[in-house]
Write a protein that binds this ligand. Sequence first.
Ligand code: T4K
Length: 391
Amino acid sequence: MVAPFNEPIYVTRPLLPDIQIVNSKINDIWESKWLTNNGTQHKKLELELMKYLNVKNISLFNNGTMALLLGLKSLDLKGEVITTPFTFPATVQALDWNGLTPVFCDIDPQTLNIDTCKIEALITEDTSAILGVHVFGNPCDVYEIQKIADKYNLKVIYDGAHTFGTKIDGQPIGSFGDITMFSFHATKLFNTIEGGALVVKDEKLNEKVSLLKNFGLSGPEEVVLSGLNAKMNEVQAGIGVEVLKIVDEERAKRKKIKETYERNLADIPGIRVITNLENEYSSYQYFVIEIDEGIYGRSRDWVHDELKKYNVFTRRYFYPLCSEFEWYKHLESAQPNNLPQAQKSVKQVLSMPYYGELELKSVEKICAILMEIHLGNSGDTPQQKIGSAVL
Ligand code: T4K
């Protein structure tokens, strides 16, 4: 019988550089007396990221949401944008703040990304773009999306919040579509505490994006666009420079954790790993499973609650669907019968603890718990198991 963990196990923990290094970095920033507005650390991080992500244009932001919001703004979109209901609220909120109407497209059952077979039927004369989300690090079908976009003259934007460093067929993920957003939030593989970036294909558009994040200022006394303040500050950028140095080590650890999960979950009936694309350049951002209640014997919600008793805190990302938000419910595309797969997946998907510091023996223990609690296998309640750990 498996005992609960002594300390809580969270869905993730931030990747932190050594505190001495951070202190020394902050010391440098203090001495420079340059705290924001395109300082030394900002310039350095931009250059380093261009190399790491293998892209020509990048623009740093104070968070991923502002990056997406202003990326959409830079494209002067109008009317409707086809997107997924299965995403973090920020994706569709960025549309809202641009006065754009989301048109929800159902998702693919394997990747949980927008189902490209269903996009064309949703295109109207008001459609101006497709906003895809590379959910949990699984890349969208970028080739098919581009084909559709070219046919109907639509812009393509990707929310790549989960795909730092991902490649598709050897190509950096940021090279697909017109614009890709990355999130550098504390919970992401690469973090600047809060932060984000846009990779913009077109150089002119990139210049526009840079103006938009700095009040539309083209000089000290010239305002050329209606912008906002969405700049990354020097402390964020400086920490980013240091986190970038340890990100590959983190990926390697996560790769082992993923393999350990996969090995130990293989014999548990009714559990499928969603984030299992065979790609050495995947982001290793999330480890996500799907629970088939009919086979496993317990629902995803039951498992999510039961694991808490073992001190394991999983997350039901992305529940509820964005199409269920009060202000979208009336939309035709938000009607549940138009989104059967999203309706199904949102009840089955569970994000498991996943971060480099998570010990492999803890992963084995989490899998042992999942084996133990599936219906037909469970005897005692976890409370009765306290103190009887075998792992
Ligand atoms: N698009 C997509 C597809 C996204 O997933 C996101 C963000 C965005 C856009 C927007 O990007 P940003 O504007 O955030 O850059 C978290 C994050 O806040 C959010 O960035 C992320 N997606 C989302 C999936 O997850 P919460 O509310 O679930 O986070 P929270 O605070 O519950 O943290 C989760 C766990 O992480 C905690 O249980 C413990 C651990 N944690 C968290 C923080 C903040 C730590 O150990 N230390 C920490 O500092 O949203």
